[in-house]
Design a protein around this ligand. Structure first.
Ligand SMILES: *Cc1c(COP(=O)(O)O)cnc(C)c1O
Length: 329
């Protein structure tokens, strides 16, 4: 057994694994299952809370009482951080990327309800100097007598990796109980931490499944580099490393569509289709694009060699509300 860093317990775990029988039948390919990480909680829902369990423990170990993080205007990560902070009696500051005139909707609205401080920065500043900006906020808070801790975008860093390491352990246990083996696991990739954790556990626990990330922004080489870096950082928390090459990081490119958080009508129609067919609602930024991608890859025959595919529903429902005017139009 590998000794993992400590964590606090905030998420509702284990999350269920459900069969998508009607979708599988319509496609006539592999059996598709879905792991409901959209149901890790309500205020804290989605994949970020698994990573935050490790990250926030580290903040608490350092006696911090103020969490600073960043994300897009509809960031699920920022909202989960704000919710977890309030739950634990901490304060939070979320730095959100905005080009102005965003409607008070979805996660942005919930950040306000949860009492987070909100700071807006431009897309350019977000890209070029979000870390500097968070450092400035940190310095200001220290002057005011607080003990701040910075969480990078998506909690996708070395310590955050263990959130999905633990999720992989959970999947192994569920496989045993279900008497089944998932020969491919598919998930949306946005900042790389979810993929990193699953990849690390897949290697260290000797599971040997295929893990596919479908990127929802940037491109495959970008994520191979980013995930490679996150993994290197994660090794400093355990007394083990893994041997791997960047090429083993399998990113399926081609489903970014019109760009991060931009929806095409095909993507929104797909979300509507799956909701009617299976009663599962995907989000427009991550899971909608990733599942759309998976279904397309199955249709192309690229998943013919797999029997049981597990798709991770990483959450994001609140983000759908900001797109309501684009539906049914
Ligand atoms: C952040 C997020 C992802 C992507 O996870 P990463 O670890 O950032 O790659 C996927 N789905 C949802 C709903 C998210 O909020």
């Amino acid at each position: 057994m590998i000794k993992l860093p400590n964590r606090i317990h905030l998420a509702n775990l284990p999350t269920r694994i459900e069969r998508l029988d009607r979708l599988s039948k319509e496609l006539g390919g592999p059996q598709i299952f879905i792991k409901r990480d959209d149901q890790t909680g309500s205020e804290i829902s989605g994949n970020k809370i698994r990573k935050l369990e490790y990250v926030i423990q580290e903040a608490l170990d350092q006696n911090c009482n103020y969490l600073i993080t960043c994300g897009g205007i509809q960031s699920n990560h920022a909202r989960a951080t704000a919710a977890a902070s309030s739950k634990l009696g901490l304060r939070s500051c979320v730095v959100l990327r905005s080009s102005g005139n965003d409607s008070l909707e979805g996660n942005y609205f919930l950040n306000k309800v949860l009492g987070a401080d909100i700071e807006f920065i431009s897309p350019e500043d977000y890209k070029e100097r979000r870390m500097e900006i968070m450092d400035e906020i940190k310095a200001r808070l220290i002057k005011e007598g607080h003990r701040p801790y910075i969480i990078p975008e998506g909690a996708s860093n070395g310590i955050g990796t263990f959130g999905y390491y633990t999720a992989m352990e959970e999947i192994l246990e569920q496989e045993k109980n279900m008497g089944i083996k998932f020969d491919a696991i598919v998930l949306a990739t946005g900042s790389g931490g979810t993929y990193s954790g699953m990849f690390l556990a897949n290697k260290l626990l000797g599971h040997g499944t295929k893990i596919f990330g479908i990127n929802i922004c940037d491109n495959a080489p970008y994520f191979q580099d980013r995930i490679y870096g996150i993994l290197q950082e994660s090794f400093s928390y355990i007394d083990k490393t893994i041997d791997f090459s960047k090429n083993e990081i399998e990113i399926i490119d081609g489903y970014v569509g019109e760009g991060y958080a931009q929806s095409t009508s095909e993507e929104l129609e797909f979300i509507h289709y799956l909701a009617k067919l299976e009663g599962v609602i995907l989000d427009p930024v991550y899971t909608g694009k990733a599942m759309y991608g998976l279904v397309n890859e199955i249709k192309k025959g690229n998943f013919n060699k797999y029997k049981n595919i597990l798709f991770i529903h990483t959450g994001g429902l609140f983000g759908l509300f900001s797109k309501k005017d684009l539906f049914f139009s």
